[in-house]
Design a protein around this ligand. Structure first.
Ligand code: SF4
Ligand code: SF4
Length: 337
């Protein structure tokens, strides 16, 4: 279904959702940093900038409690967190490169083990994405098969129009339901033209060729050259909309505490440190190799998808200037030799 929504009616829509008790999450500035955060009022929404961290934390928080325990004498009490208590949520202003990563995460969190913490949040969330009308020189979504108006992962997609309003297109039953529930705020599409879409870097990768090279070059001297600069800070994994490594840790004492789930990163030395003291990824290039292998080979082998949407966050934030798009270009060049 295609409708039109004025900017005033977008504000009214968010206001109506908040007033009805729906948790509305969108790009909001917190201590100067733009993050996907719950909105208290619609005017907190910032739509002209890519948030620093991705939208994945709406489903997969940086850190969350799984259970609490308490021991009194010989009596141990466990208190579970009930995922069914998670609130109904609308995510708004989600960039296409973030929205497209959500189905990528669905695959891993609903594979052999069904992660109810992720899946219950996912089931209770409607995603309103926003087509991009500006890009910087780190954006490369088109090189990984996406686009500034990619609808993947969106329930409803807003495309900015020349008059400041939006074209609103539903891409799922949840999107249709949102349009129908607030039909009075939407009008039939008129003659107003969409703003020109963003133009990401004009890169073009042959991801099949890159994967074929990775299939054959787990051991290759190029990895030292490609990855020696990586300092294993983990920033790239934390800001990435598709990275999903986590650890589970018990915090507290023998009397009481909590079991918590935290983001982790394969760039960390401890990530693969065995209790025996052995570490199969004992050298930073092996860890960076895993990052590339996981994104462009292992995930594809297992789920038929690439674990990168070209958002460019890791390029912008890597403290030593490693550019994953440049690494892919380098690998493609080797594949062509
Ligand atoms: S952000 Fe850069 S230095 Fe840090 S782990 Fe990633 S690639 Fe390595
Ligand atoms: S690997 Fe980098 S460019 Fe690709 S989705 Fe993750 S943060 Fe974005």
């Amino acid at each position: 279904m295609r409708k039109q929504l004025s900017s005033e009616h977008l504000t009214a829509l968010l206001q109506a959702l908040i007033a009805a008790g729906t948790r509305v999450v969108g790009p909001r500035r917190v201590a100067g940093i733009l993050l996907y955060e719950p909105l208290i009022t619609p005017d907190e929404l910032v739509l002209d900038e890519l948030p620093r961290r991705s939208v994945k934390e709406a489903f997969f928080p940086v850190c969350e409690d799984l259970l609490a325990y308490e021991k009194q004498g010989q009596q141990l009490t466990l208190q579970d967190v009930d995922p069914a208590s998670f609130p109904q949520t609308v995510l708004v202003g989600v960039r296409p490169c973030d929205a497209a990563a959500i189905p990528v995460l669905d695959a891993v969190f609903s594979w052999d083990y069904k992660d109810q913490f992720f899946l219950e949040r996912r089931a209770r969330t409607t995603i309103i994405s926003l087509a991009c009308t500006s890009a910087d020189d780190a954006c490369f979504c088109t090189a990984v098969g996406l686009a500034p108006d990619e609808p993947r992962g969106a329930d409803l997609m807003l495309t900015p129009l020349e008059d400041g309003g939006y074209l609103a297109e539903s891409h799922s039953e949840k999107g249709e339901a949102l349009l129908e529930a607030h039909a009075g705020l939407f009008s039939e599409p008129g003659a107003v033209q969409p703003l020109p879409l963003a133009q990401p870097q004009t890169l073009s990768f042959d991801l099949k060729k890159i994967k074929a090279w990775l299939d054959e070059h787990f051991e290759d001297e190029s990895w030292d050259g490609i990855a020696t600069r990586c300092v294993g800070c983990g920033s790239c994994a934390f800001v990435c909309p598709a990275c999903h490594c986590f650890d589970i840790v018990d915090e507290g004492s023998e009397k009481s505490g909590k079991r918590r789930k935290f983001w982790d990163a394969c760039g960390f030395w401890k990530f693969t440190h065995h209790a025996s003291g052995h570490n199969p990824r004992d050298f930073q290039p092996k860890r960076y190799r895993n990052r590339i292998m996981h994104k462009f080979k292992y995930y594809d082998d297992k789920f038929g998808q690439t674990l990168c949407t070209g958002c460019g966050r890791c390029v912008r934030l890597c403290p030593v200037g490693i550019d994953i798009a440049g690494v892919l270009e380098e690998i493609e060049k080797k594949a062509n030799e």
